[in-house]
Design a protein. Structure first.
Lengths: 132, 292
């Protein structure tokens, strides 16, 4: 019995659909580590971290930088909701370096400013790593 | 013959105006299409987010989140007014500002202190002129607002709300209903209204057993700020679509009016010209008759 081994995958941002494709294998940057998804996965709903989303389609490997958000997998349909999704070639090295140095010089006075600094640092570092 | 020259001059001026307003109409049309496309492109995100929130809300019992608590009487309500940076868009700004003004007067009559954030040069000029205290003027948001331009403001307002510095957040803007209809509205963004009715959750999704990570309650706490932000962003993008529609309509009307005027002036000019010719002929005929 021929069985398809792909599932639908879409990445949605407030400004539009960033990617919509058939995928064989997807790695999500979940809040507590990476999660790999194959077709027929049990329904999943998880929170995402800033990080690298990897989509293996039958023809190519797609890599996206995503800025947190949520992922839902149900009935072989994966939906990734994120505030920002960009391909590595859409990232700006100078801007990322600038935001890294800005993040480093952010003052930490309480818990929320600490978290804001950590988040900004992480964002810049993930972008720079993807640019390498 | 001075009259004829004046008519020619006026006709030429009107033709120039028509040229300009027609160009502006075309620009507004192009921008409207771009803005509309963006607004439509953002819809899947909003729909999915709402769907997920609804499902989670039905999966968790006893939802209590700082963004949902009812406003404290001591904290002043905040109104964000969205207007345009540029004019020549008919009643667009006037309508938004009128409804915002009514709302503010309502608050004043109840003796409530309020805070204002005004987006757009037009709104700032108007409200400052009328003696309102504008807490913050924002004029650097582009015609086609991007999510990352709006997001920092939304986050800041949420912080202020959670810390009790503001009691509620309302947005006054022009809601885009269809290309032919826009309505000025005042919408409550914070505190979040609890809209999820348990019965409304689609049946297919309630049957599915999800694997949640982290716990539904925690997920919901993360989802709610995202829904507030997207709501806020939608207000901005709706406002920009409405603005372009309003400009398109206003410029179309201006072009039509210019066309009418050109027609009238041409008629007047032709009549004046014919009169002048008749007079001249009468002169000649009269002169010839006198010689006989």
């Amino acid at each position: 019995m021929a069985k398809t081994d792909t599932f639908a995958c879409s990445v949605v941002t407030p400004e539009g659909v960033a990617a919509e494709t058939e995928a064989r294998f997807v790695v999500l940057p979940a809040h507590d580590g990476e999660i790999g998804l194959l077709h027929d996965r049990a329904p999943l709903f998880c929170k995402l971290d800033v990080g690298r989303l990897r989509i293996e389609t039958p023809d190519e490997n797609l890599i996206l930088y995503i800025d947190g958000g949520f992922a839902e997998m149900v009935n072989n349909q994966l939906t990734v909701l994120t505030e920002d999704a960009r391909r590595p070639d859409e990232l700006d090295r100078e801007a990322a370096e600038k935001s890294l140095s800005e993040a480093k010089s952010m003052s930490v006075t309480d818990e929320s400013s600490f978290l804001a600094r950590q988040r900004a640092l992480k964002r810049a570092r993930v972008q720079l790593r993807l640019l390498q | 013959m001075a009259n004829r020259r004046v008519l020619v001059k006026r006709r030429r001026a009107t033709q120039n105006i028509r040229k300009i307003t027609r160009t502006m109409q075309l620009i507004a049309t192009a921008r409207f299409q771009a803005a509309f496309k963006r607004a439509v492109a953002g819809r899947p995100y909003t729909e999915k987010l709402t769907e997920l929130t609804d499902r989670l809300a039905s999966a968790t019992t006893d939802v209590a989140h700082p963004l949902m608590r009812s406003p404290e009487a001591t904290a002043p309500p905040l109104l964000v007014v969205l207007t345009s940076n540029r004019g020549l868009c008919g009643g667009y700004n006037a309508n938004v500002l009128r409804s915002a003004g009514e709302y503010l007067r309502g608050l004043e009559s109840e003796g409530l202190e309020n805070r204002l954030i005004v987006v757009g040069k037009k709104g700032n000029a108007y409200l400052q002129f009328h003696g309102y205290e504008v807490g913050e003027a924002i004029t650097d948001i582009s015609d086609l607002p991007r999510y990352d331009e709006v997001e920092p403001l939304a986050s800041r307002l949420m912080d202020d709300f959670v810390h009790g510095e503001i009691g509620s957040v309302h947005v006054a803007y022009m809601k885009f209903i269809s290309a032919g209809r826009q309505r000025p509205v005042i919408e409550q963004v914070l505190p979040l209204k609890r809209e999820f009715e348990e019965g409304e959750v689609p049946e297919s999704s309630s049957e599915v057993e999800y694997e949640y990570s982290p716990e539904p309650r925690e997920l919901l706490a993360e989802l709610l700020p995202a829904t507030v932000k997207i709501h806020f962003f939608q207000c901005f993008s709706d406002a920009s679509v409405s603005e372009q529609v309003a400009r398109m309509v206003a410029m179309k009307a201006a072009t039509d009016a210019a066309e009418d005027m050109i027609k009238r002036l041409t008629q007047q000019y032709n009549r004046a010209r014919q009169t002048a010719i008749t007079m001249e002929l009468l002169d000649i005929v009269g002169g010839a008759a006198a010689l006989e």
